[in-house]
Design a protein around this ligand. Structure first.
Ligand code: PGA
Length: 260
């Protein structure tokens, strides 16, 4: 990879894999992911799988993340999972995924509450942003992304990482039209969005030093065959992988491409 930041690859399993299936998949993944150095690797299975996957990942360098979270620590919120509960299980949490924004009413305001709560409980947020096809075609990508970044990061102070020059906060740029469609953005196009829109917006909020320290991932139809194109780009620090993270033969080469 050409990025100066530590490459980061996360697998978003979405609503796939029972506990038994998760155990099997993770056991198959470990041998091919373990040996790949210089890349942070994180698996994000559904909530019911977290405990089982955590046990299997014990002693490996593979991190664990959740796919969503409520912002309150506890309370009468039927069906929700709190940051306190997640902090016992995993280190990362995906927040504001476009599927949650589209189907579960998430807004920049709820994403903001979740980002703040995650950081307060020592979880590392992977905050997702991205424009829809309609917004892209209307030429409003910049406004949409700026609004999502500014809105998601109101009153947020980013925690410093142990790695010098990095922060414990990750952005995933996932154009909605590229998710699960097989139609990925072009690598140059995605890189331009990161360097011309995402980092400058982060710089407006936090200053340029922090904007340069945030890892920004690309997500949307990343697979073994196109991953290295994205990783050649100087401003893309890795990938948030959906469908291809459910198959060892797809996910392992993506992780290897990030190391190369
Ligand atoms: P995809 O999903 O890789 O299946 O397009 C990416 C995501 O939704 O995070």
């Amino acid at each position: 990879m050409t990025t100066k930041r530590t490459p980061f690859i996360a697998g978003n399993w979405k609503m796939y894999k029972t506990i038994a299936e998760a155990r099997q998949l993770v056991s198959e993944m470990i041998p091919s992911l373990q040996g790949v150095s210089g890349v942070e690797k994180v698996l994000c299975p559904p909530f019911p799988d977290l405990l089982a996957v955590k046990a299997i990942l014990e002693g490996t360098e593979i991190g664990l993340g959740a796919q969503n979270m409520h912002w309150e620590s506890a309370g009468a919120f039927t069906g929700e999972v709190s940051p306190v509960m997640l902090a016992e299980l995993c280190q990362y949490v995906i927040l504001g995924h476009s599927e949650r924004r589209a189907y579960f009413g998430e807004t920049d305001e709820t994403v903001n509450r979740k980002v703040k709560a995650a950081i307060a409980h020592g979880l590392i947020p992977i905050m997702c942003i991205g424009e829809t096809l309609q917004e892209n075609e209307a030429g409003t990508t910049q406004q949409v992304l700026e609004k999502q970044i500014m809105g998601g990061l109101v009153d947020v102070t980013l925690p410093e990482a142990t790695q010098p020059g990095e922060v414990n906060f990750i952005v995933a740029y996932e154009p909605v039209w590229a998710i699960g469609t097989g139609k990925a953005a072009t690598s140059q196009g995605a890189n331009a969005v990161v360097s011309d829109i995402i980092r400058p917006t982060l710089a407006k909020i936090f200053g340029s030093q922090i904007a340069e320290a945030v890892r920004v991932l690309y997500g949307g139809s990343v697979k073994a065959s196109n991953a290295s194109e994205f990783f050649k780009q100087s401003d893309i620090d890795g990938a948030l992988v959906g469908g291809a993270s459910l198959k060892v033969e797809e996910f392992a080469p993506i992780v290897q491409a990030a190391a190369g």
